[in-house]
Write a protein that binds this ligand. Structure first.
Ligand SMILES: Cc1ncc(COP(=O)(O)O)c(C=O)c1O
Length: 576
């Protein structure tokens, strides 16, 4: 920032000299009476003295139009340099790395080699979606609509695609509950609200009320009793996007051009997405040896562009609850916002104490916490497509709103990203929360954490494996110092487990949900895990699964190549 100011001042100086060289010449002569730079120059840099004097006398001999041209060019160049150095979204280091890899990638021999390898990787990625038990493919609308029976038959076939192992508790996260009674309630509620759209609260006042009650119940869970407020969104990512947008507006109002978000490397990628979408910068800070946010490193990263600090409770990769209290203190000290990402643990964290697993406070009781995201569509057991973003006060919340007062279609206002949305999803979320109730959530929290605890204990007894950090909630991240952990992950996949691969350092995690309660999961998982650990002693990472792909991509320093393969993955999602 200091350098930036110097550049701005020099640019201004250059420009003003360009406007009136005579004025500055006279002024500098006056100043020399009190402060003679030549004396200083002679004393400290005698070897430069003659050069400067020569330059000075040649400049003073220049005709005024040349002086004007010279100084305006200098002023312009300084200004351009200052923009190049400071006024971009990417840091200088990032731009240097991009340029460096761009040059390497396009060198003649390297280019051909990379292309061959990339094509191989792309074929591998595309192949991962080859459908098994695939029903009839539909590339275009059927000429005549199908009957109800035909639709249901086709849907049945689609529902049967895949191994269905999620029902047996062999999937990490993804599905949070599968209970016939719960499902029936949501199905019944859905059918009552299938046509509704909360964009029209006058038409659907009941949906508006349910929407408000979802937010209110969450505020209650997070001790938001002093003017705290919130809104529903379509999911954790949107809740995070909305909060970051709100902080961006606060930054803009303070004159910050590129407001910065500070996150630990363990924070969810949604914060990078927010930075990307909203023209902000996200500074990723290292974690400590227990994979928790490093408060000292965080403080060092704070600067005059910082608008928000982010803590996770818990983090997605390793299930660690960050030191929210310490981050909140930093927020107060530097007068910046503090967002607590409770997306994953939204409906576990508030019940942990009652479930017999007390944790430090992470909610609005902590002075300095200014927003919290909490997903109803995870452990809230509501349908996918709903989350809640909560704020310390409505001054902050209004910064997430979009209002267009001048549209010919009328005054348009929406609290979050969506325009029209499903009232049925809100109604089902409301129903799920009301159906499970506080006691229900406490009970499930207790059971889920018990499964994680038991599994963790047994993993710690396997000498080849390590557990990352000290998880306290529902996620267990497993690595190895002696074996190829990606190979173990691929072997587990072959045995029907769907786990999540982690990188930097390489690991996989299992996120326990209500799907893992009462299914003998610790035993079943540990038995299979032990078999895979044994098999991994003889196999060396050539199973072509997601694990081995990660094993390869983690070694590639040019992340844009990894990005290219990932684009193929996204493209493949839309191949019929
Ligand atoms: C900690 C954390 N934050 C945010 C998110 C994003 O939530 P969603 O996938 O609903 O957008 C997740 C998802 O797993 C998460 O674990």
């Amino acid at each position: 920032m200091r350098i930036k100011t110097i550049f701005a001042t020099l640019s201004l100086l250059g420009l003003s000299i360009a406007i009136s060289p005579q004025f500055w010449w006279d002024l500098s002569n006056c100043l020399f009476i009190f402060f003679n730079p030549y004396t200083i120059l002679e004393k400290h840099f005698p070897y430069l003295r003659d050069e400067v004097l020569r330059l000075n006398s040649s400049i003073s001999r220049l005709p005024s139009w040349r002086l004007l041209l010279l100084f305006s060019t200098v002023g312009y160049l300084l200004h351009a340099l200052s923009i190049f150095l400071f006024e971009t979204k990417l840091t200088l280091k990032e731009r240097f790395i991009h340029t460096f890899f761009y040059c390497v990638r396009n060198a003649p021999f390297i280019k051909t080699y990379i292309k061959t390898e990339m094509d191989k990787a792309k074929i591998l990625v595309e192949g991962s979606f080859a459908s098994v038990n695939c029903p009839r493919k539909n590339h275009a609308l059927p000429k005549n609509g199908l009957s109800r029976d035909e639709i249901l038959t086709e849907c049945e076939a689609h529902a049967k695609m895949g191994d269905g192992n999620w029902r047996r508790g062999q999937v990490s996260g993804a599905v949070y509950i599968y209970n016939p009674d719960h499902k029936q309630v949501l199905e019944d509620v859905y059918s009552k609200f299938a046509e509704t759209n909360p964009l029209h609260p006058d038409v659907f006042p009941g949906v508006r009320k349910m929407d408000a009650e979802i937010v209110s119940m969450c505020l209650n869970m997070y001790h938001g009793f002093n003017g705290e407020c919130g809104a529903t969104t379509s999911g954790g990512t949107e809740s995070i996007l909305m909060a970051m947008k709100a902080y961006r507006e606060i930054g803009y109002s303070k004159g910050i051009k590129y407001p910065e978000i500070i996150v630990a490397i363990s924070a969810h990628s949604a914060f990078m997405k927010a930075a990307n979408y909203f023209g902000m910068r996200a500074i990723r800070v290292k974690v400590d040896k227990n994979f928790a946010l490093d408060v000292k490193a965080f403080e060092k990263a704070i600067n005059s562009n910082t608008v928000v600090l982010v803590a996770s409770a818990p983090s997605y990769p390793h299930g660690i609850i960050d030191a929210v209290g310490d981050v909140a203190k930093l927020g107060l000290k530097y007068n910046v916002g503090v967002h607590v990402d409770c997306c994953l643990g939204g409906f576990l964290i508030p019940f942990m104490e009652e479930a017999g697993y007390p944790i430090p406070m992470v909610d609005f009781r902590v002075d300095g916490v200014t927003s919290i995201s909490c997903d109803t569509h995870k452990y809230g057991y509501g349908p996918k497509g709903c989350s809640v973003i909560m704020y310390k006060d409505d001054k902050l919340r209004m910064n997430q709103y979009f209002i267009d007062t001048d549209w010919s279609g009328g005054i348009y206002a929406s609290p979050a990203i969506a325009g029209s949305r499903s009232g049925a999803v809100l109604a089902c979320t409301w129903a799920a929360m009301m159906h499970v109730g506080r006691e229900g959530y406490v009970e499930r929290t207790r059971e889920i954490i018990a499964v994680r605890e038991e599994t963790e204990k047994q993993v710690r007894n396997i000498p080849e494996l390590i557990v990352y950090g000290n998880p306290t909630v529902s996620v267990l991240a497993i690595g190895s110092k002696t074996l190829d952990i990606f190979n173990i992950a691929d072997l587990l996949t072959k045995m029907g487990w769907h786990l999540n691969i982690l990188q930097f350092p390489g690991a996989f995690h299992i996120c326990f949900t209500a799907m893992h309660i009462g299914k003998n999961i610790p035993e079943r998982f540990i038995t299979d895990l032990k078999k895979c650990v044994e098999a991994a002693q003889d196999t060396n990472g050539s199973l072509n699964g997601a694990g081995s792909i990660y094993g390869t991509t983690m070694q590639i320093p040019d992340r844009s190549l990894v990005g290219e393969v990932t684009t193929t993955y996204l493209n493949s999602l839309y191949k019929v």
